[in-house]
Design a protein around this ligand. Structure first.
Ligand code: GLN
Length: 483
């Protein structure tokens, strides 16, 4: 088995993949009787789940755990991620790992050591981006080969591929799903996310995975979880916020029409549309691209060929080698984008730059969180109570497009500079910086367009619903309205 085999997700390679894995050879170490034993029967009996390959599966499963990186090419994990164990113990069949941008760094799933992910869709014969970095997971679901898939979402990596491939992608509130066994990219932002064809299935998996894990120090405690319950009341008539700052020039006419149509439909269904302002989101993307690489540069320091990772050949004392072994190992083991982020992160954390970049970006992050708190009706259960504005009437959720455009062609993607490619995440990163729950739901584009002549092939569009921290069920309920 090689990840490369199903990097393209062609039907034949998937069948080969499936038949090559003998399920009976894998037994969960506690036979399903551990702390996550199914309490409601085997709720996922037989459901086929694909797992993004930066979430580890134990070596007994004979599945790899590479984060799509050369440096982890031969990595076999001695343990299994909590989220994977929980799914298995509920009867899920886990027989596939999916391709991603190396360590989750990218928006189009083109930057993998195992080759690019291909979307199912073409435009004028040109292949389209599947979004990233969980593009492999999104295509696994969109192609119908898997019932659902796990991805990770640091700045939009579940939501963007969901939007580009026409499936549902949910990033829960930070700290609800265990990150134990998730190969870190930027741990203050990393979350496990769920991809499926329906909001109902996403909700079901979320219900199963949403539990405290003692092994993840950022997993929210039972105590905090019980406080979140109060934020999660079911609301029948929603106040839906439309942030004016999301109305950017770069939004394509198709996305604009879909946005307008969705708002119209919600309004006729009796929900109230409220314009709101989130001034700081304009700085969110820049702050994200300082903070995420800074954390990555620190997290990825352990991949040095000594503690983790495939070591390059030769030794420090070998006269042929101009570079020390450590430098060669990291030079050979990381791709170009990962190296860019490590360098960027090392720079912004350096004494010369930290005040101007890292500290400023942390401040922006705080302001983004406050801006969200100001517009939501619900209090943020993690922040101090704001007593100054008790009778404000805020919104229950926010509605925005998931991405400013429909999926670009790969040719367009390859012409983009790194900064242009970071622009794809402009609508997803604000919720990540604030740790908020957010979901992308596919829109029926043909129905939404005023002028169907404008319709182009493969024009998948997702709408994003964002909620207050801990209001995950409100977000899922609102998403159901769009389905
Ligand atoms: N595209 C973003 C990045 O490269 C988001 C990635 C993610 O969410 N893992 O950082």
């Amino acid at each position: 088995y090689q990840l490369r085999k199903h990097a393209t997700w062609s039907r034949t390679s998937l069948n080969a993949l499936n038949s090559s894995i003998d399920e009976t050879n894998y037994q969960p170490s506690n036979n399903g009787q551990g702390p996550y034993a199914a309490s409601e029967g085997r709720a996922l009996n037989g459901a086929r789940v694909a797992i993004k390959d930066n979430i580890v599966t134990a070596k007994e499963s004979r599945l790899p755990s590479t984060a799509s990186s050369a440096i982890l090419f031969q990595h076999a994990s001695p343990f299994e991620a909590t989220v994977v164990s929980i799914l298995r113990q509920h009867g899920a069949v886990i027989d596939g790992k999916t391709n991603l941008d190396e360590f989750g760094m990218g928006s189009h799933s083109q930057k993998s050591h195992f080759g690019p992910v291909k979307n199912l869709y073409l435009r004028n014969g040109q292949p389209l981006s599947a979004g990233g970095s969980s593009g492999g997971s999104a295509v696994a679901v969109a192609s119908g080969h898997y019932d659902l898939a796990l991805g990770t979402d640091t700045g939009g990596s579940v939501r963007l591929p969901a939007a580009y491939t026409g499936v549902v992608g949910f990033k829960p509130s930070y700290g609800l799903l265990s990150r134990w066994g998730v190969i870190q990219y930027a741990n203050s932002l990393d979350t496990v996310g769920i991809l499926a064809n329906t909001v109902k299935n996403v909700t079901k998996i979320f219900g199963i995975l949403n539990q405290f894990d003692t092994r993840d120090p950022t997993s929210l405690s039972q105590n905090t979880r019980s406080r979140l319950g109060r934020n999660d009341e079911r609301i029948s008539s929603l106040r839906i916020g439309v942030p004016t700052e999301y109305n950017i020039d770069e939004m394509s006419p198709i996305v604009r029409d879909c946005y307008r149509d969705t708002l119209k439909r919600l309004q006729s269904a009796g929900h109230t549309i409220v314009p709101v302002s989130l001034p700081s989101v304009q700085q969110a993307l820049s702050a994200y691209y300082i903070l995420a690489p800074a954390e990555a540069s620190s997290n990825l320091a352990k991949f040095d060929g000594i503690r983790y990772g495939t070591r390059s050949s030769g030794s420090d004392s070998s006269p042929k080698e101009s570079l020390p072994l450590y430098a060669r190992t990291r030079g050979d083991g990381f791709g170009e984008e990962v190296k860019r982020r490590i360098l960027l992160g090392a720079y912004t954390l350096s004494s010369e730059a930290v005040d101007n970049y890292f500290i400023q970006a942390q401040k922006v992050r705080r302001i983004v969180q406050r801006d969200f708190d100001k517009v939501f009706d619900q209090q943020n259960p993690l922040h101090d109570t704001d007593t100054t504005d008790n009778d404000k009437q805020g919104v229950d959720v926010l509605l925005t497009p998931t991405a400013p455009t429909e999926p670009p062609t790969l040719r367009e993607v390859h012409q983009q500079t790194p900064v242009q490619s970071y622009m794809n995440d402009v609508f997803t990163v604000p919720a990540s910086l604030a740790g908020l729950p957010a979901i992308s739901v596919p829109i029926n584009v043909t129905k939404a367009l005023q002028n169907t002549d404008a319709l182009t092939e493969g024009a998948n569009v997702g709408m994003q619903i964002i909620g207050q921290f801990g209001s995950d069920h409100t977000v899922l309920d609102a998403a159901q309205l769009l389905a």
